[in-house]
Design a protein around this ligand. Structure first.
Ligand code: ZN
Ligand code: ZN
Length: 130
């Protein structure tokens, strides 16, 4: 069981079972949505995700057709994204998880779009797009 919360603590959730590897997304939308060089996303079966509180605080922004990003309307923390083309899966933002987080790093996505100011010097698989 893993637990996570947003910056203000208004949104709290648990994830049952093992965490999938973290997907590091360098797309320009994720950079803006996080205010950082990339997003660190963990795909989670929605059935394993339970909101303890704050699901009413979530606001959803459709950043592109069929893609929604949910964030805390109080503190602005990005919480998850979901795609209509991948029903039943939400991508939780790994930074919300309470430590210690036992998840491995999976791969880099949208390497083509990555910030020029961030060094990339690991051996993870790199995908030019998704
Ligand atoms: Zn919050
Ligand atoms: Zn992205």
């Amino acid at each position: 069981m893993h637990e996570g919360s947003c910056l203000c603590g208004g949104v709290r959730f648990t994830i049952e079972g093992e965490l999938a590897p973290i997907q590091i997304c360098h797309c320009s939308q994720c950079r803006r949505a996080q205010g950082g060089p990339f997003a660190t996303n963990i795909p989670v079966d929605a059935a394993r995700l339970t909101f303890l509180c704050g699901s009413d605080l979530l606001r959803r922004y459709a950043s592109s057709p069929g893609k929604v990003r949910a964030f805390c309307s109080v503190c602005g923390s990005p919480v998850f994204s979901e795609r209509a083309s991948v029903p039943g899966i939400v991508r939780i933002r790994a930074g919300l998880l309470h430590e210690p987080v036992r998840a491995t790093l999976g791969f880099h996505a949208y390497e083509d779009s990555m910030a020029t100011w961030w060094p990339l010097n690991d051996d993870l698989p790199k995908h030019p797009k998704a």
